[in-house]
Ligand binder design. Structure first.
Ligand code: DO4
Ligand code: MG
Length: 288
C-alpha cells in the first residue's frame, strides 16, 4: 500500500492512498485520533487503520489535481553515508585528507550517521532543490528513505535526495555539515510504501536521471542489494543512545555517483525512481 500526504482545495494536510493515477482520501474524523500521516505510520496496524478511515463515498482525486507534500510530519531526518562500495571509492578519491576515514567507516561496525534536515525544511516533490552558491561541484544523492517509528520499527519506505556539495565535503571532512545541510538540500517523497513485507532487495533498482534542457546528462542505476549494511542495523545505531519521540526518516546512503565532471546547474531536473516505491522529481536552482 502506498500512502501520501497532500494538499487539496479543502484540506491543507490531507492523507491519501495511491490508487493508480488517483488518490483515495482518508477521513481522519472517522476513527481513533489520527492527525497526521505519522499517526498512521506509527500505529500497530497501519493497513487496518487506513481501511477504517477510507472515504468510500468520495470519488478518487486524480494525482494531477493535487499538491503532493513530503511525507514527513515532525520526524527528524538523518542520513547514513558510505553504505555502498561506489560511495566509498568516490569519497576516497574526492578527499585527500579524509580518504582513510571513508575507507575505515565502510567496514567498521559503527556506521556513519549524520543529521540531514529538520522536518519542516524538507523539500516537497516537484519543488526546487538547490546547489550551494559557494560550491562548484554539487550532486544529487538518490537514496532509499526509511520511515522509522518512535519505537524504532521500520514502518515505511520512500525516496530521498541527499543533495550534497562534494567539493566542500572533499576539502575537509569537518566541513561535512556544510556540504550536507543547507537550504533546500533534502527532498523526500512523494509516497510512503508501508513496510508490511520485507523488500526484495535483489529486485529493487534505484535510478537517477538528470535532464538539462530536455536532454539526459546523467542516467545511472543501482540495486538495493548492493548496500553493504542492513536497514535494521542502521536504525539500531541511530536509536542507540538517542530517543526519537516523533520517529525519524533515515536516508540510507547513495550507490550512484554522477561522473566527476558533472555538477548540478540552475534549471536541471532531477528524477529519482525506486521500483515499487515512487518517483521523486525536483527542479534545481543555483543562485550565484
Ligand atoms: O561522508 C560522506 C557522506 C556520504 C553519503 O552521504 C553517502 O554515501 O550517501
Ligand atoms: Mg548521501
Amino acid at each position: 500500500m502506498l500512502l501520501c500526504r497532500l494538499q487539496t482545495s479543502l484540506d491543507d494536510d490531507a492523507i491519501g492512498v495511491v490508487d493508480g493515477a488517483s488518490v483515495r482520501l482518508l477521513d481522519r474524523g472517522r476513527g481513533p485520533a489520527v492527525e497526521t500521516l505519522s499517526d498512521i505510520l506509527h500505529d500497530e496496524n497501519p493497513i487496518l487503520l487506513v481501511e477504517s478511515l477510507l472515504e468510500h463515498d468520495l470519488p478518487p482525486v486524480p494525482l494531477g489535481d493535487i499538491r503532493l507534500l513530503a511525507p514527513v510530519n515532525g520526524q527528524e531526518v538523518w542520513a547514513a553515508g558510505v553504505t555502498y562500495k561506489r560511495s566509498q571509492t568516490a569519497r576516497m578519491e574526492e578527499s585527500e585528507s579524509g580518504a582513510s576515514h571513508y575507507d575505515r567507516v565502510y567496514t567498521a561496525d559503527r556506521p556513519e550517521l549524520f543529521f540531514k534536515s529538520l522536518p519542516e525544511r524538507v523539500v516537497h516533490p516537484f519543488e526546487p532543490i538547490r546547489a550551494r552558491s559557494d560550491s562548484k561541484w554539487s550532486v544529487p544523492e538518490p537514496e532509499l528513505a526509511l520511515l522509522v517509528s518512535p519505537d524504532l520499527r521500520i514502518v515505511g519506505y520512500s525516496v530521498g535526495n541527499d543533495v550534497s556539495a562534494r567539493d566542500i565535503e572533499g576539502e575537509n571532512p569537518l566541513y561535512l555539515p556544510q556540504a550536507k545541510v543547507y537550504d533546500q538540500s533534502c527532498a523526500i517523497g512523494p509516497y510512503v510504501k508501508l513496510a508490511d513485507q520485507p523488500l526484495p532487495l535483489e529486485e529493487i533498482t534505484i535510478e537517477l536521471i538528470v535532464k538539462r534542457d530536455g536532454t539526459e546528462v546523467v542516467h545511472d542505476e543501482t540495486r538495493l542489494s548492493e548496500m553493504a549494511r542492513s536497514f535494521t542495523d542502521l536504525v539500531a545505531w541511530l536509536g542507540k543512545e538517542y530517543a526519537l519521540p516523533q520517529g525519524a526518516v533515515l536516508l540510507t546512503g547513495t550507490g550512484i555517483i554522477p561522473p566527476d565532471d558533472f555538477t548540478l546547474q540552475d534549471g536541471d531536473a532531477v528524477k529519482i525512481s525506486i521500483a515499487g516505491i515512487g518517483e521523486l522529481i525536483n527542479p534545481v536552482i543555483r543562485e550565484s
